[in-house]
Design a protein. Structure first.
Length: 324
């Protein structure tokens, strides 16, 4: 009987210790969540809103955050990491609850996100990743690899599986620039009748893309197609081709903008891959709200599938939203 009582007491003690351990672990996990700065302000920091894609991030993000009861402050870093750091520091001074950011460079943005993390302010990245894990709460991006490959397939078909083409790259410090380019080529390079005659960066910019396309057309009068890292550059390339009397050139972009959709409808653009940026931004704001209330996202890195947009389905696209 003595042994039995001792055994029961020992088991009870182990159970109590185990229970206490689990509770301590649970408390530790809760404590690991960043508290936010203490205010009710959400900062939304993006590249220039002269690009409708980035403007959509601020418009949609602000609307969702205000709907959830937050005050919102929006800023554009213009792809300048130093300027971006200033806005992060302003958010820290402002005791921001959270930061939503489309960052200014995969490596260059790590310092800013780390500063916010160290100040207890959670950052939720959209559209572009950084080359560091564990300091942003989530990194929600379009599946650029899948989207680029999908629209490249449409372009290859439109080009009749061969021809001379040029490529306009985006900002070369941006991870998306190379993910898109590599996956365009993963499809195109399977066909031996393609020849790339020029590859230049137009830095995601429409005016720069127009000027680069003008020069490429002059140097390559037998050009058949152009692949562009985003819609802004694609629209610049399209307009340059129209102005040069070369509306036969097959062009693709990637974003899913309304301007690109209009060029698809007019037959001047083969297609684009829609990054569902409205959905991505809303998700980031919802995750920020949930996080501040005690629930962290299941994963930091999150991919959202792109939709290939051509003349067949362009009528279903509006303001970066695709409706089945």
């Amino acid at each position: 009987m003595k042994k039995l009582v001792v055994g029961i007491l020992a088991a009870a003690m182990v159970g109590t210790l185990f229970s206490g351990s689990v509770m301590a672990e649970s408390v530790a996990e809760e404590a690991a969540l960043l508290p936010g700065g203490g205010s009710n302000i959400i900062y939304i920091i993006t590249p220039s809103t002269s690009n409708p894609f980035f403007n959509t991030e601020q418009v949609v993000g602000s609307a969702k955050a205000e709907e959830l009861g937050y005050e919102v402050k929006c800023f554009s870093h213009d792809d300048d990491a130093a300027k971006q750091l200033e806005y992060f520091e302003a958010a820290i001074t402002d005791k921001a609850a959270a930061i939503i950011c489309d960052n200014a460079g995969a490596d260059a943005s790590v310092e800013a996100v780390q500063k916010a993390y160290d100040a207890g302010i959670p950052t939720f990245l959209i559209d572009r990743e950084i080359n560091e894990s564990g300091i942003a709460i989530s990194q929600i991006v379009a599946d650029n690899a899948q989207g680029a490959a999908a629209i490249a397939e449409c372009w290859v078909e439109a080009m009749d599986y061969g021809g001379k083409y040029a490529e306009l790259l985006g900002l070369e410090s941006d991870t998306n620039c190379w993910v898109r380019s590599e996956n365009y080529h993963a499809v195109i390079d399977e066909y031996e009748d393609f020849e790339m005659v020029a590859q230049q960066s137009a830095n995601w910019d429409q005016t720069e893309a127009y000027e680069k396309t003008e020069a490429i057309l002059q140097a390559n009068p037998d050009l058949n197609g152009i692949i562009c890292g985003n819609d802004t550059m694609a629209c610049g390339a399209v307009q340059a081709c129209i102005d040069a009397g070369r509306d036969d050139i097959k062009i693709i972009g990637l974003d899913g903008s309304d301007e690109a959709a209009n060029y698809i409808k007019s037959g001047n653009l083969v297609g684009t891959a829609l990054q569902q940026i409205a959905k991505i931004t809303e998700t980031a704001v919802e995750q920020a709200d949930a996080y501040l209330k005690g629930t962290a996202p299941a994963e930091e890195k999150q991919l959202v599938e792109c939709v290939a947009i051509t003349a067949d389905n362009v009528d279903k696209l509006s303001a970066f939203v695709y409706t089945e």
